[in-house]
Write a protein that binds this ligand. Structure first.
Ligand SMILES: [Zn+2]
Length: 191
């Protein structure tokens, strides 16, 4: 909800999607510490990234400093997940080696929402090859909380303006339109 007051300030009840990166921890799967979660994102999305300047950054389509420095790129994907055994919703990162399980689940179920994934490093090392398994599917995905699109979230985590990367293509499948209305906690009006 947006409201303008007379001074032109724009008040809102929460940040815009592209400012929400700080709301989600980014989880990278470590060796010996598998991560299981229920996916809340509708679609799988990722992009080429570099480890450059002490952090992971996306490969930029123009003027990529990491490419100019001769650094190779690696594809990574991200979804927002409800992490098993916690109350936490976090951005979960996966690698190219694990991408097929997300792509196939998306094609099969037409949404990733409600799919339960487990990611692990195969040889117990942090840089070990990642494997993913689809352990279960919660059929009634409309009962799951809504989450923002992942791309604005990642741009916020990377602190890169949204218009510097081209937008993703439109979804192959439309997200479930039968989402529940906002819960009581989202209503701030008082009688
Ligand atoms: Zn690059």
């Amino acid at each position: 909800m947006l409201r303008k007051n007379d001074g032109g300030l724009v008040w809102s009840q929460g940040p815009n999607d592209h400012q929400k990166g700080s709301m989600y921890r980014l989880i990278r799967v470590k060796g010996g510490r598998p991560v299981s979660f229920t996916c809340l994102s509708h679609e799988p999305w990722g992009t080429d990234t570099h480890y450059y300047g002490g952090r992971t950054m996306p490969h930029m389509p123009a003027g990529c400093k990491a490419c100019e420095a001769g650094r190779i790129s690696e594809w990574h994907g991200w979804v927002i997940g409800q992490i098993d055994g916690t109350d936490e919703r976090a951005v979960v990162e996966y690698t190219a080696a694990a991408a097929d399980i997300f792509i196939n689940a998306y094609k099969k179920f037409r949404t990733l929402r409600g799919c339960r994934f487990r990611l692990q490093r195969n040889n117990g090392k942090d840089n070990g090859r990642m494997s993913a398994t689809l352990s279960d599917v919660q059929v009634d995905s409309k009962l799951l909380p809504k989450v923002p699109e992942i791309l604005p979230i990642m741009m916020s985590i990377w602190q890169i303006k949204l218009d510097l990367l081209p937008p993703p293509p439109t979804p192959r499948f439309l997200p479930n339109q039968l989402e529940l209305p906002a819960t009581n906690g989202d209503h701030l009006s008082h009688d």
